[in-house]
Write a protein of this length. Structure first.
Length: 201
């Protein structure tokens, strides 16, 4: 897996798998409606994103001081994307991961990230994406988003569309700044970027 030098934005070639292929590789079945659709509709895309979010947590190692480690449940926080929140609530209902029940919390404020293990920020989630990402840059929270400048602003995982397929990109520098270790299986399925988050030493 080729990555750019620290601070660069050079990308690896990434996997050729479709979103369905990614989900199978991560060990989950995609919603049945996706299997024969050449183009992902808005509602289907929300379901796919929620399925990815659910599976991502199995491939993340959080530090001992993180909310994921010390809280009695693992919380997905959602900022500004109700369709993904609704789909994720259905996806994780009654499920557990790393030995903890999963829950979804819709944030009322971009500053209300206490207890978050995962923070998904929709492209319509905040008028000041940079400020939100800066506020959690060194916190052990897995940030995921779909805004075009999400990685440049310091996010860890970006959902993007390529040839009408949903894929994801990982910024290793941002993950390291947050104190998170991502599993090799997850990394092998992503397009890899190394770009230091704004304000990082």
């Amino acid at each position: 897996m080729e990555t750019g030098s620290p601070g660069s934005a050079r990308r690896s070639s990434g996997s050729g798998l479709s979103a369905l292929g990614f989900l199978v590789a991560l060990g989950i079945s995609a919603p049945q409606s996706h299997a024969q659709l050449p183009h992902v509709a808005t509602s289907s895309e929300s379901d796919l994103k929620s399925a990815f979010l659910y599976r991502f947590v199995a491939y993340v190692e959080w530090p001992p001081s993180s909310a994921a480690a010390v809280e009695d449940r693992l919380t997905f926080c959602i900022l500004g994307d109700d369709p993904v929140a609704e789909s994720l609530e259905r996806t994780v209902r009654g499920k557990s991961e790393i030995g903890k029940p999963l829950t979804v919390h819709r944030l009322g404020s971009q500053k209300d990230t206490k207890g978050c293990a995962v923070l998904f920020i929709g492209s319509n989630g905040t008028p000041d994406l940079a400020a939100v990402l800066s506020s959690v840059r060194t916190k052990p929270i897995l940030t995921v988003g779909d805004a075009d400048d999400f990685i440049r602003r310091g996010g860890i995982i970006l959902f993007y569309s390529e040839a009408s397929k949903l894929r994801f990109e990982i910024n290793l520098d941002a993950a390291e700044a947050a104190g998170l270790k991502l599993g090799s299986r997850l990394l092998s399925l992503a397009r890899i970027v190394r770009r230091r988050p704004p304000g990082a030493p």
